[in-house]
Design a protein around this ligand. Structure first.
Ligand code: MLT
Length: 267
């Protein structure tokens, strides 16, 4: 379904709009809402579930006037999501954000804290990019401009998944998502990621209960990043390591991921 909000046509999947206690699933970069398919199947039995394609990803490609690198920001993505919640008449919601989706969750907390009832930080970090990480993003942006989205898939896939999940259907699925993201949107988002602010200082003021989930083999946002969120967040409930998973734990080990989140929702 599409919602015309915040100057763009935002695609989202919604399940079980009659169920209470809604959950908002925010995907990672450069993926789309379908990375949450196992969670949508499981949690829509008991919860209203909303999973948008963030600006420039999945089917949210009609983004109004074409913004240049530097004009797309993580904060803008958070405003898109808040506008979607207005459109759907959702007051407060549990936010489950993976990696870039976690950065958007931080931005939502900064800009629209009243909308958040709980947060699941999955395979994400609170810190901003280092100088080296920023330089690597700009280098990848140049490579994608020259060689297209396949370059992003080739470069990212070995770091996104645990070794045992490479060369499996999961890899094919993730490759499909990355290669169907437009190169100009990948470039714009790389700039947005590079310019995101540090959210570490926010953790002490986070009054919504949160949990931290990390794939045991996540090398993109490893356990040290998860530890920092867990240690500093005022209302952190638990940190859970997901076995046999890398950076995309909800896709790589959905049973363990769902069990951890279900326990948090019941707590
Ligand atoms: C993601 O999965 O969203 C990205 O790895 C985020 C990042 O590169 O910082």
């Amino acid at each position: 379904m599409y919602a015309s909000v915040n100057g763009l046509n935002l695609f989202y999947e919604e399940r079980s709009d009659h169920e209470p206690d809604p959950i908002l699933f925010l995907h990672g970069f450069p993926l789309d809402h379908s990375m949450w398919r196992h969670q949508l199947d499981a949690f829509s039995m008991t919860h209203r579930c909303i999973a948008p394609d963030l600006r420039g990803h999945g089917s949210t490609t009609d983004i109004g006037e074409t913004l240049q690198p530097g004009q797309v920001t993580i904060e803008l993505m958070a405003d898109d999501v808040a506008a979607l919640l207005d459109h759907l008449r959702v007051q407060k919601i549990t936010v489950c954000g993976l990696s870039m989706g976690g950065y958007v969750a931080f931005a939502l907390w900064r800009r629209h804290p009243q909308r958040i009832s709980r947060i699941v930080f999955a395979d994400t970090k609170a810190t901003a990019d280092t100088v080296e990480a920023r330089a690597a993003r700009f280098q990848l942006a140049e490579q994608v401009k020259a060689g297209g989205s396949k370059v992003a898939a080739d470069s990212m896939l070995p770091r996104l998944l645990a070794p045992e999940n490479l060369d499996t259907a999961v890899e094919l699925d993730v490759r499909r998502m990355i290669e169907s993201t437009r190169p100009d949107h990948i470039v714009n988002t790389l700039h947005a990621l590079a310019s995101r602010p540090d959210s570490t200082g926010l953790l002490a003021h986070l009054s919504a209960p949160c949990m931290v989930v990390v794939g045991e083999k996540d090398i993109m946002t490893p356990k040290t990043d998860a530890d920092l969120i867990y240690r500093e967040a005022e209302c952190a409930w638990r940190m859970v390591e997901i076995p046999r998973a890398g950076h995309l734990s909800p896709l790589e080990n959905p049973d363990a991921f769902n069990a951890a989140v279900a326990e948090f929702l019941r707590a």
